[in-house]
Design a protein around this ligand. Sequence first.
Ligand code: ATP
Length: 280
Amino acid sequence: MTPKLRLEHVRHEFTVRDPDHPRRPPTRFTALEDVTLDIGAGEFLVLVGPSGCGKSTLLDLLGGLARPSSGRILLDGAPVTGPGLDRGLVFQQYALLPWRTARGNVEFGLEAKGIPRRERSQRAREYLELVGLSGFEEHYPHELSGGMRQRVAIARSLAFDPEVLLMDEPFAALDAQTRETLQDELLRIWERTAKTVLFVTHSIDEAVYLGQRVAVMTSRPGRIKTVIDIDLDRGAAEDLRSDPAFGKYRHTVWAELRGEVTAAQHLERTATTRKDRSRD
Ligand SMILES: Nc1ncnc2c1ncn2[C@@H]1O[C@H](COP(=O)(O)OP(=O)(O)OP(=O)(O)O)[C@@H](O)[C@H]1O
């Protein structure tokens, strides 16, 4: 079966200039190296990895916001060549238009799609209801809480009806309670809509709670270290997070991640020391 998304030996480099020495020639910096991963249609895959390992870069490549330096990214077997309405992106920052209401923000993308006004408005209401925001359609972003704004951002991405949702730490800025509520809402929406979801997080709990599989990345340059199947009966447990099986998965993910986090911190320290020395 063709996977929905396929990453084949993806490598990504950035060109960097040293701001302290602007005349020096730029150097190449490898953010991702040989990333190979398949994501099935309708799958919920979570990506975890130490800070700076290239998770956001990978999402940018999948979203078509950048091109890999080498390797291929395929969507339904065809190379990704740029952004498209088949992929919805949700970031940590809400990125809502402050001068538009919740409904106006959700409608915004639908305008680009050429959907007639009446249908736009109806669809926006439907998706706002889906994320639990009925009654707030005419509120402006500044009149909504952080969690509500993020719901609007999710509704906006869903309203396009993309086949794939690319989510970059969408709940990171929220308080614990709102975060757990939105995790449940996202799972409910995913079950209802059968979208393919790739979700980036720093939280191991969030990864185990949401993912059918959790892919762990190495420290820079980021590679896929391992992919862990999460086989939890989400419907059965009353409080899944305190289930012993949940704790076991949390431990497995952390055991894979721990060494990478240490390596990333070491890399960061070395880079800072080198920078300080070159300034002296
Ligand atoms: N435009 C850019 N130019 C140069 N380097 C970049 C650029 N964007 C990202 N990087 C570097 O590439 C590496 C990967 O960055 P990226 O943001 O993808 O990591 P991440 O895993 O998402 O990090 P975090 O978990 O902290 O959000 C980092 O070292 C970052 O500094």
